[in-house]
Design a binder for this molecule. Structure first.
Ligand SMILES: *Cc1c(COP(=O)(O)O)cnc(C)c1O
Length: 379
């Protein structure tokens, strides 16, 4: 059996261990310490735009705290992009709130501004004003931020950007994660950089960051004994994980370049093949980190499905994966409202994420290339 080729695997840069050693030497093996502060500073200067960043235990935790900060509570409604990973929507349910899912548009595969407006108008007509909007930059591709921000402003609803997959992506030159009232990042093992597991909340004031850090460290009031006036969480990042993050920040720009090169690799392979579309930037306003390269194939034109391609890869021990199954089609969100048509559903039916790691060798790329060549030449 050939060695397994992963969709997206961790890729260390080299200096991660140095930061971990520093932590051990100083006995900072705790959920705070110099690596946590250093990692936060590194992300802040990378993102620019004067943001304050809180390093947390996961992207999911970051989104949960963002919803709390936006005042989302029991029985509230939150508008959320339907095609995404479930972690974009689960924290809405943690708060006892109800997600209202919205379809995508075909250019970026992200939240459709028209259906967003339709959703907000209809919820308002039913007497419910959504408490927040969660937009996602899927696979690193920036959403249509001008349109979505202006709708959020028009209706006075805070926007939360799920930039878990989009660290290093920009829209009109500005970093994804810095547009909304809050942004969230993830450093899970499969993301463009990893801390083995972790996330961050991107804030626009020191006060918002302080509040998030307070809640993430069990909401302890200022007293010598343990005194609490709020429900707290154990969501802070550890100094060890942050050490890995500091090492990873040193190579982030290289990782983005390598992921973008993988996208170009697939564009080159599939150029001129009818019935295939590679997710690509719609204009020069968009700069994607291309965390995952993804395609949609037209089964009518090709006479074959994305499942046939997935199985052809699998036969050679190569991992590929259908696009995220839309949340409005998930059993767990069965009875939630949905606005849109079938863009997200069609993407799910015909879309596939291809091996996209920044660490693929030339031999591994040759194997991927051979499967693609065979699959599409048999048309
Ligand atoms: C990975 C991911 C998350 C969650 O991040 P974790 O750090 O794994 O909790 C949220 N949203 C999207 C779109 C993701 O891809």
């Amino acid at each position: 059996m050939n060695e397994k080729i992963w969709l997206s695997s961790p890729h260390m840069g080299g200096s991660e261990l140095k930061y971990i050693h520093d932590a051990f030497d100083a006995n900072w093996v705790a959920p705070l310490g110099p690596n946590v502060n250093g990692f936060e500073k590194d992300i802040e200067s990378f993102l620019g735009a004067d943001v304050k960043v809180a390093a947390l235990s996961s992207g999911t935790a970051a989104l949960h705290l963002a919803l709390i900060a936006c005042g989302v509570g029991y029985g509230d409604e939150v508008v959320c992009q339907s095609i995404t990973f479930s972690a974009s929507a689960n924290p809405i349910a943690y708060q006892g709130a109800v997600p209202v899912f919205v379809d995508s548009e075909c250019d970026t595969w992200n939240m459709c501004p028209n259906h967003l407006r339709e959703a907000i108008r209809d919820r308002l007509s039913k007497g419910k004003k959504p408490k927040a909007i969660v937009v996602v930059h899927l696979y690193g591709m920036p959403a249509k931020m001008d349109e979505i921000l202006s709708i959020a402003e028009e209706f006075g609803i805070p926007l939360i950007e799920d930039a878990a997959e989009a660290l290093g992506s920009t829209y009109k030159g500005r970093a994804c994660g810095t547009f909304g009232r809050f942004g969230i990042l993830s450093f899970n093992g499969n993301k463009i950089i990893t801390t083995s597991g972790g996330g961050a909340l991107v804030c626009h004031s020191e006060a918002d960051k302080d509040k998030a850090v307070f809640l993430s460290t069990q909401a302890r009031d200022d007293a010598p004994h343990y005194q609490h006036s709020h429900i707290g969480y154990n969501y802070r990042m550890s100094n060890i994980c942050a050490g890995i993050g500091r090492g990873q920040m040193e190579v982030l720009v290289e990782r983005v370049a390598a992921r973008r090169a993988m996208h170009d690799f697939y564009v080159g392979l599939l150029k001129g093949v009818a019935g295939v579309q590679v997710l690509s930037e719609p204009s020069a306003d968009y700069f994607s980190n291309h965390w995952l390269s993804a395609i949609v194939i037209d089964p009518v034109v090709l006479g074959k499905t994305r499942e046939d391609l997935r199985l052809a890869f699998l036969e050679d021990n190569i991992e590929s994966r259908p696009l995220w199954k839309p949340m409005h089609l998930q059993p767990v969100f069965e009875d939630t409202p949905y606005y849109g048509k079938s863009v997200a559903e069609t993407l799910f039916n015909n879309g596939l994420c291809l091996p996209s790691g920044s660490n693929l060798t030339e031999e591994e790329k040759d194997r991927v290339k051979r499967i693609i060549a065979e699959f599409f030449s048999q048309v």
